[in-house]
Design a protein around this ligand. Structure first.
Ligand code: UD1
Length: 338
């Protein structure tokens, strides 16, 4: 494999840092551009500790055209994995304009500068939320998208459309939209992981913080859904599996042109209570919980059809829910010191 330089806008965050670790381990060069609005600078040192190689780092806003131009002028970028964006679903309902401005601007600037430098390969961090509430499960990529339940979800949907249009206009372009299901867990080293701002919205960090005694109890949002145990069902995927899916997508993009959307999930559903019980038994901790009302906007159950990723990328998730819970707990214990 030729020496390759991959640019990761938003690469210092939870998912980006795990992708950087995979790429560096494989001997690819990594350039991270991140404004650190939801990440910490020391992730760069940690990546060096994990892989023995240091990514190049620029603290810039990816929507800043001049700053991004300087990055492309300084490095022979072969491909981009675009992870720069705001991602808190609830916050996006309160601050829609900020979400549209930030997530769309960063993407448009990136496409402009990529065009200036003749960079044709882009992998985009999309979400299963683009399937909206109306599709049957499991979700397959050819299902209609839209009907999103939050401005965050709409930004993902709009960016997918922008990339599809850009591919029509430039037949040499290759864009792969990866639709993530529920990424959880952390790197086995315990050195990188998710750092939620304040009270976590998402289930796994909330479970981990409850086990650590930071939260007194978990509220299970509803136990009267039409699911086997009445609690919500999701397709949790280990973030290291997810990162490996990005490497496979970069290799796919290198060999193809045009637009693709590909699910990254395990193809299996896990309920809230199953995840809690797995966390408790794997880690030997207690996670007090009580059943509360449903959270507005939540769907009863969804999971991926993971066949397209297997067929196109030769990738499938390998880690179990037990792996996810063990690694999330290891990271939680280390993160207390941060
Ligand atoms: C949400 C977003 C998704 C986003 C993902 C990660 C929607 C429709 N989905 O997924 O786009 O990519 O977050 O940011 O907006 N739960 C509890 N108690 C808690 C927290 C969660 O019972 O304290 C339950 C939820 O009801 C749900 C499951 O756990 O059944 C997973 O919730 P969460 O981790 O927040 O992810 P999603 O809502 O599936």
């Amino acid at each position: 494999m030729m020496k390759q330089t991959i640019l990761l806008p938003g690469g210092a965050g939870f998912i980006g840092s795990h992708i950087a670790a995979e790429l560096l381990t494989l001997g690819r060069d990594v350039v991270i551009a991140d404004d650190l609005s939801n990440a910490r600078a020391d992730v760069i040192d940690r990546l060096e500790r994990i892989t023995g190689r240091r990514p190049v780092f620029y603290q810039i806003d990816v929507a800043d055209h001049a700053a991004l131009d300087r990055v492309f002028a300084s490095h022979p970028v072969d491909a981009v994995i675009h992870l720069a964006g705001y991602k808190a679903v609830g916050e996006s309902v309160l601050k829609p304009v900020a979400y549209y401005r930030n997530n769309l601007d960063s993407t448009l600037t990136l496409l402009e500068v990529m065009a200036d430098y003749g960079v044709k390969k882009l992998v985009f961090s999309s979400s299963a939320t683009v399937y909206g509430p109306a599709n049957p499960i499991p979700y397959t990529e050819q299902m209609p998208t839209g009907g999103c339940t939050s401005p965050y979800g709409w930004t993902k949907h709009m960016i997918e459309q922008i990339l599809a249009d850009a591919c029509v206009a430039d037949p040499a372009l290759s864009t792969v939209c990866l639709r993530y299901f529920n990424p959880v867990g952390a790197h086995e080293s315990g050195l990188i992981g998710e750092l939620p701002n304040g009270i976590p919205n998402n289930l796994m960090p909330y479970i981990a913080q409850t086990a650590a005694g930071i939260r007194s109890e978990l509220t299970v949002f509803g136990d009267d859904y039409p699911t086997p145990d009445g609690t919500g069902v999701r397709d949790y995927i280990h973030v290291v599996d997810l990162a490996k899916g990005h490497v496979a997508a970069i290799d796919y993009a290198a060999a193809h042109t045009g637009w693709e959307a590909i699910n990254l999930g395990t193809g299996r559903g896990t309920s809230v209570l199953e995840l809690v019980h797995t966390f408790v038994s794997v880690n030997g901790v207690s996670v007090p919980y009580r059943i509360g009302p449903r959270r507005s906007g939540d769907l009863p159950a969804y999971y991926a059809d993971a066949e397209k990723a297997r067929r196109l990328l030769g990738w499938q998730a390998e880690k179990s829910a037990a792996d996810m819970c063990r690694d999330a707990w290891r990271w939680q214990q280390n993160a207390r010191e941060l």
